[in-house]
Design a protein around this ligand. Structure first.
Ligand code: SF4
Ligand code: SF4
Length: 120
């Protein structure tokens, strides 16, 4: 079985744990279709196809899921600034991030840990 590497996203998520990333890496069409069906169910008003879920990891410079990563404000901002993650940002704690932390508090802890590691 292939071991997925840790792929750090700008927001602290490990893309290596994402079902879309895993199905993409395995070239698993049925897996991508299952992700698309699941995300379509979870996100009201969306009707996604497998191609919209293809993703090489949000900060890798590869393909970014049209269903998710391509429209992410955090990803757009951090990549434009050339940062490894939001934890490296001089404007850490900005409004975009605060909104994100409100529904993903565990990622706040992850980014705070990265900040401690890099001495911020
Ligand atoms: S697309 Fe956005 S929310 Fe998703 S992993 Fe990347 S930075 Fe995080
Ligand atoms: S301004 Fe906010 S979203 Fe943009 S890179 Fe900095 S912390 Fe991340």
């Amino acid at each position: 079985m292939e071991t997925m590497a840790k792929i750090q996203a700008y927001c602290g998520i490990d893309c290596g744990e994402c079902e879309a990333y895993i199905a993409t890496r395995k070239n698993d069409r049925a897996g991508l279709e299952a992700v698309a069906a699941d995300w379509s169910r979870r996100y009201a008003g969306s009707n996604l196809g497998a191609d919209a879920c293809v993703c090489d990891g949000c900060a890798t410079g590869g393909r970014a899921s049209a269903a998710h990563a391509a429209s992410c404000g955090i990803r757009a901002c951090a990549s434009k600034r050339g940062l490894a993650t939001c934890a490296h940002c001089p404007d850490y704690g900005c409004g975009i991030l605060q909104q994100f932390f409100a529904f993903a508090p565990a990622l706040k802890d992850k980014l705070e840990a990265i900040r401690r590691e890099i001495g911020k």
